[in-house]
Design a protein around this ligand. Sequence first.
Ligand SMILES: [Fe+2]
Length: 451
Amino acid sequence: MTDVTEILTEAPSGFEERSAEQLRDHAALALTRARERSTALTDAVDDEDLVRQHSKLMSPLVWDLAHIGSQEELWLVRDVGGREPLRPDIDDLYDAFQHPRADRPSLPLLGPAEARQYVGEVRAKAFEVLEKAPLSGRRLTEAAFAFGMITQHEQQHDETMLATHQLRRGEPVLHAPAAPGRRTGSLPEEVLVPGGPFLMGTSVEPWALDNERPAHEVDVPAFFIDTTPVTNGQYFEFLDAGGYDQRRWWSDAGWEYRTAHDITAPRFWRREPGGWWRTRFGVHEPVPADQPVVHVSFYEAEAYARWAGKRLPTEAEWEKAARWDPATGQSRRYPWGNEDPKPEHANLGQVHLSPAAAGAYPAGASALGVHQLIGDVWEWTSSDFAGYPGFAAFPYREYSEVFFGPEYKVLRGGSFGTDAAAIRGTFRNWDYPIRRQIFSGFRCARDAEGV
Ligand SMILES: [Fe+2]
């Protein structure tokens, strides 16, 4: 008898075929791309704007910038490089655990010119380290992991800075071509994901973070999942049906949140005589019906799903729909296969400043025909953030482990503001269920008992 678990495999990352020189080039390119983005996000506004706190939820942009440099100094210059500290005096200022976001504006932070100079000096040293660091023999530098970790950290802060831009008032300062429209014929509403085991998480992806590890088998009963994220057009129906006023669709915590903060629609939306309008990076525009809904909290997503007669997918369901290839039993790196994201696969990297229409990325569909799992909007799942069986914190507990627990819900898949360097089929994001300044949307699922 064949044990099905023996044939579950994980697609190789392709890193194993790269020489040290290729790994260094790959890391240098990734770091440079991240810095170009950080520079664009901070150069887009004047100095006064850089030091201002645009929302209590966010840091001043100048804090994010110097914090990016501080983490890079800590890990690449001091730890990997064994070099002398550049600015040990500011370590404490940029330690995210020492100072909550609301307090950061009152700290004696580096000013814009100083912060720019500091991150430039750190980067020059980090490149010197990258030239010489052995890329094996130590887990931190194996396959250039530390450089990948710091690249992802910078890209994650870039997405946070993009969210700060969305919260900023004033004229638009960011510009990008409109996101593509639908590029498929009509799609089925749902896809059936057959029951059975699949391999979740990864043990082979070299730049995967500790919370994505290790690969482990999960038996997922059959379920249906929406082919695309829930669109604004679908969400209008929930609003029109009075969904925000009907207690029965909301969990206790969700209803308390909804009433305490008088939440009546997704964030940045307002009702105008002709329909719903939104503000997007300073632009006022009608809410487009064909794009996935964005800026909703977990509680709103959960209420919509209940109203629609469905539920949110678990994290395992989301990942199985994204990675599992029924033809081979293999878990792929991405929904479309194993190659790194290309522009035709997904709406990533702030190339556009909004989600794209449902059906805009047919080349990015999963083996089962589920679309836009990567890019467009982060998707709320019903799962709490927790370590996988066999989890081991690396390289520090504060990366993930201290956030494990029921306060945080997992989001998957990345948004239009997530860079390709910071997303994978296994990548896990987490946030409080009330958060909606992030680029968060969702798709629904439902049980398929007896199928
Ligand atoms: Fe950080």
